[in-house]
Design a protein around this ligand. Structure first.
Ligand SMILES: [Ca+2]
Length: 130
C-alpha cells in the first residue's frame, strides 16, 4: 500500500507528525503498520539480548506489517550516539519471522559480543524516497 493511500485512510497529511503523541511519527507508524491515531506503546522497537553459539549479543526487534511500498525499515548501531553504522560487519539481520497475526518481526543484532562492549546503542531507521 502506498503511503498516500494509507494516509488518506487515516486522515494524516505528513510523515512528520505524531497525532497520538506516542513518540512515533506518522511515517514510522505507516512503516510499522500501527495506528497513527491510537497510541500503542507496543509498536515501539524493543531491545533484547540474543544468544548465538553460547555468546550474548545486543539486538533490536522490530514488528512491522508487510506490504508497504515505502518506508523501508533497517537498523543501525553506535557506541557513542554520534557515529552510526549499518555495515554488515557491525550489525546483521538475523531473523525475519512471520507472526500468526500477519506481522513480521525483524531482529537485528550487533556483531560485537556483549562481554566486549563498553556501551552500545541500536536504532531503527525508516527511509522514504529513492
Ligand atoms: Ca504516533
Amino acid at each position: 500500500m502506498p503511503f498516500a493511500a494509507w494516509a488518506a485512510i487515516h486522515g494524516v497529511l505528513s510523515i512528520r507528525e505524531d497525532l497520538d503523541r506516542d513518540g512515533l511519527w506518522v511515517g514510522i507508524e505507516y512503516a510499522l503498520g500501527s495506528d497513527p491515531n491510537a497510541s500503542d506503546p507496543g509498536a515501539h522497537p524493543q531491545s533484547v539480548i540474543v544468544e548465538d553459539a553460547g555468546t550474548s549479543y545486543l539486538a533490536i526487534e522490530i514488528v512491522r506489517t508487510p506490504g508497504r511500498d515505502e518506508g523501508a525499515i533497517s537498523a543501525e548501531v553506535s557506541s557513542d550516539l554520534i557515529s552510526w553504522s549499518a555495515d554488515p560487519a557491525d550489525l546483521v539481520l538475523i531473523s525475519n519471522q512471520r507472526n500468526p497475526d500477519g506481522t513480521e518481526t525483524l531482529t537485528y543484532r550487533s556483531t560485537t559480543p556483549l562481554e566486549n562492549l563498553g556501551r552500545q546503542f541500536l536504532r531503527m531507521v525508516v527511509a522514504f524516497g529513492p
